[in-house]
Design a binder for this molecule. Structure first.
Ligand code: ADP
Ligand code: MG
Length: 258
């Protein structure tokens, strides 16, 4: 579904992405891991066409991203960005309806169908009760759920999430990742999710790409990628990796001292 070939990107003289090659299938959840500044957000921005890359290409189900107009791209890809700034005077409901923009006709009329989808999206993220509240009055975690609902209302086959669990409490962190994982399987979405928590990535991702200094250093299942030597080198911090007591995943325990 999502194919990235020989992708490189520079901010002025600084090269941030170096020859990235990545395939993500329909129904697959890929976690993007890597230390601060390794290029995760830049890669997500390149995938959704916000950055023009110096080399390489991105294609969506065989269609080159570079030849798509913004509205067409928005029908393919929805995004939950890191540090998004939402209009504070909009209600959650109005914000989620914005997700329908690429589907709304040239007269700009919101149909009952659009409203049904927006309501369903708010329900999925447990935020229907926030519909009439103003964005500026919501907590960071509540805003994050509204952002996810806006992305789901877009009904695109590819969903990109940039550190979506940052502001969420335990319950909403787990339910967001459960939801995203379930949607990937049930609705055959292609999901790429930048995460910091290695254990959440081990639990929820089908595969993991580890990005270090703009290069993919490891790509594979949690067991293949989340090895103590690989993590210690990437994050410059020693860790122990043990078997999770009841899941078939590795469990990463950072050492207290390096
Ligand atoms: P991550 O999401 O993995 O923390 P980013 O993709 O945000 O990393 O950043 C990768 C590198 O690119 C960092 O060195 C960062 O300082 C740099 N960078 C990010 N955005 C810009 C920008 N708009 N202009 C110049 N450099 C940037
Ligand atoms: Mg980032």
């Amino acid at each position: 579904m999502l194919k990235i070939q020989n992708l490189s990107f520079s901010y002025a003289a600084r090269q941030v992405l170096k020859n990235i090659n990545l395939d993500v299938k329909k129904g697959e959840t890929l976690a993007l891991l890597g230390p601060n500044g390794s290029g995760k957000s830049t890669l997500l921005r390149a995938i959704c066409g916000l950055l023009t890359c110096t080399h390489g290409s991105v294609s969506l189900d065989g269609h080159p991203l570079a030849s798509m107009r913004p509205a067409e791209r928005a029908r393919w890809i929805s995004v939950v960005p890191q540090n998004a700034i939402l209009p504070p005077a909009f209600t959650a409901w109005e914000t989620v309806l914005l997700g329908r923009t690429p589907h709304i006709n040239f007269l700009g009329q919101v149909s009952a169908h659009d409203e049904d989808i927006a309501r369903g999206a708010l329900e999925k993220v447990d935020a229907l009760c926030l519909a009439e509240r103003f964005i500026g009055e919501l907590s960071g975690g509540e805003q994050q759920r509204v952002l996810l609902a806006r992305a789901l209302a877009q009904a695109a086959p590819i969903l990109l999430l940039d550190e979506p669990t940052t502001y969420l409490d335990l319950q909403h962190q787990m339910s967001l990742l459960n939801l995203v994982h379930r949607l990937a399987h049930e609705e055959c979405l292609t999901v790429v999710i930048a995460l910091h928590d290695l254990n959440l990535a081990a639990r929820y991702a089908d595969r993991i790409a580890l990005l270090v200094s703009g290069q993919i250093k490891a790509l594979g299942t949690a067991r293949q990628v989340l090895r103590a030597d690989v993590i210690a080198e990437a994050y410059s911090w020693p860790v122990q990796v043990i078997d999770h007591p009841f899941l078939d995943t590795p469990l990463i325990l950072p050492d207290s001292l390096n």
